[in-house]
Design a protein around this ligand. Sequence first.
Ligand code: PLP
Length: 392
Amino acid sequence: MQNIQSYIMPTYGEREIEFIEGKGVYLYSVDKKKYLDFGSGIAVNSLGHCHPKLIEALNSQSKKLWHSSNLYLNKNQEEYAKILCQNSFAEKVFFTNSGAESIECGIKVIRSYHHYHKNIHKKNIITFEGAFHGRTFAALSAQLNIKYSEQFEPLLSGFIQAPFNDLESLKKIVNESSAAVLIEPIQGEGGIRPANLNFLENVKKMCEEFKILLFLDEVQCGFGRSGKLFAYEWSNIEPDIIAVAKGIGSGFPLGACLTTDAACIGMTKGSHGSTFGGNPLAVSVGKAVIDEILKKNFLDEVDKVSRYLWKKLKILENDFDEIVEIRGAGLLLGIKTKNNNIEICNLFSKNGLLCVPASDNVIRLAPPLIITRNEVDEAISIIEITLRELND
Ligand code: PLP
């Protein structure tokens, strides 16, 4: 790559590949190379690239109104919120532009809930080792991971960390000063680690017992990626609050915090706001995305193709010593490798397959939800070829 002066703050490091076009599950770089996209821009492009229905929705809205402000009524926003509520546990929605903002909103819901109920001691939100909730101060403070927060201290108080999937440890941590539990049903950045369904169900019971709120971060694992609209639907529980983003807009910046009426009792006029959240363009795309995802058989197909991908990966796990473990659920899967995951990811990319590294030396596979079996076969063949090359 040419050594050019960059005016971008260097937080993303060096970036070599430049994409100029996307269609379905493929991306095309400036040097005319075709890539099979199993990263989806970090689990974002749920309907792939340039989906015709999304183009139509965005084009049509762009000719009518881009922005008016949340000072004014927006019937499309109301309708969209209704669809989200009718298809989940939720009764109220706050629209945001990103995952971290959805987390921020959920934390404000928790604090305002206990303020409303005068639970003055309930201040601490329990989070988990390996969690990732974003890059704002509240999110950094919640995930308590030195990798992301070391140079930004002091962090906010009021967060306590528990080991993931460990009920006995959690029982020792929860007490009268607990306010809520915040958990990803499938940890993404933390290394594609699903919470055991039994663990989630016990966490819910504990929340009920201590009269505290259950807040799920489904920013990465939600919106169809698990094979159900929300990952919690695989368990027998319903949360009080959920944060979503990424796949909800399939590439358009959009997020949401969904809650029950009871949980958001403290969120009154003026207590929160966003200039852009739920803007007309975002809502038009969001509605088109959920229309597609809720179409008959769409989620069944996601479930089927994800099981197919899982089966194929398990065969590779058997065939290659390089693969330590296949983990994850739905179309959020991880390959834990022996050698450096980032280097192997780069080799996949050289061979035309895009994946995203995660913690714990895992290579994350998060293809668009519209992936077909043929495209899965293509990805598996690239993985196989690359691992053979590595052996040679
Ligand atoms: N929560 C989870 C589980 C995530 O994976 C992410 C981003 O990767 C976030 C929150 C933060 O989302 P955003 O980058 O949109 O702020």
